[in-house]
Design a protein around this ligand. Structure first.
Ligand code: FES
Length: 155
């Protein structure tokens, strides 16, 4: 036995169906329009590992030495600051200051200064010692292969 649907209920069901249909179809339609898609693709940064032959980098022969090198396409083609902290201990940072993107200078003692607005970063871990930067320098993992005198830097 079927009940007759009242006009109010029929109208409610119609509105619900239209709303549900739009909710399902609209994202599909938008995804067909590249300019309207909410999932705009971001360029992905390349990743990989590079080998730096330390015998060819005189600045890194001594503990406390530092060198800047570019490993395109990594680090958006900006330089990397490599610092020798010990006989077998190294750190590698992006030179890009996290304040407004200037290249940081070579370290002075335990400090990596930025020449643009005075930010200062710690040599050991890149943390901010003095603003205006608020975030640490980007650090890339590195591993020293003593047998080959090679530094492996991972991006
Ligand atoms: S860009 Fe380095 S302190 Fe502003």
């Amino acid at each position: 036995m079927c009940k007759e649907i009242s006009p109010e209920r029929r109208q409610f069901l119609w509105k619900a169906a239209v709303t549900l249909g739009a909710g399902v179809c609209l994202p599909v339609v938008l995804s067909w329009l590249p300019g309207c898609s909410s999932e705009t693709k971001q360029p992905t940064e390349p990743s990989g590992t590079v080998e730096l032959d330390l015998s060819a980098v005189p600045e890194l022969q001594q503990v406390g030495g530092a060198a800047k090198r570019r490993f395109a396409p990594y680090n958006n083609e900006r330089e990397v600051l490599i610092i020798r902290l010990g006989q077998t201990e190294f750190v590698a940072f992006s030179v890009v200051c996290t304040h407004m993107g200037c290249d940081v200078n070579y370290p002075t003692g335990d400090v990596i200064p930025c020449p643009c607005h005075g930010a200062r970063f710690a040599v050991r871990d890149g943390r901010v010692l003095q603003g205006p930067a608020e975030r640490p320098l980007r650090r890339f993992p590195c591993q020293y292969d003593a047998a080959r005198n090679v530094l492996l830097i991972t991006f």
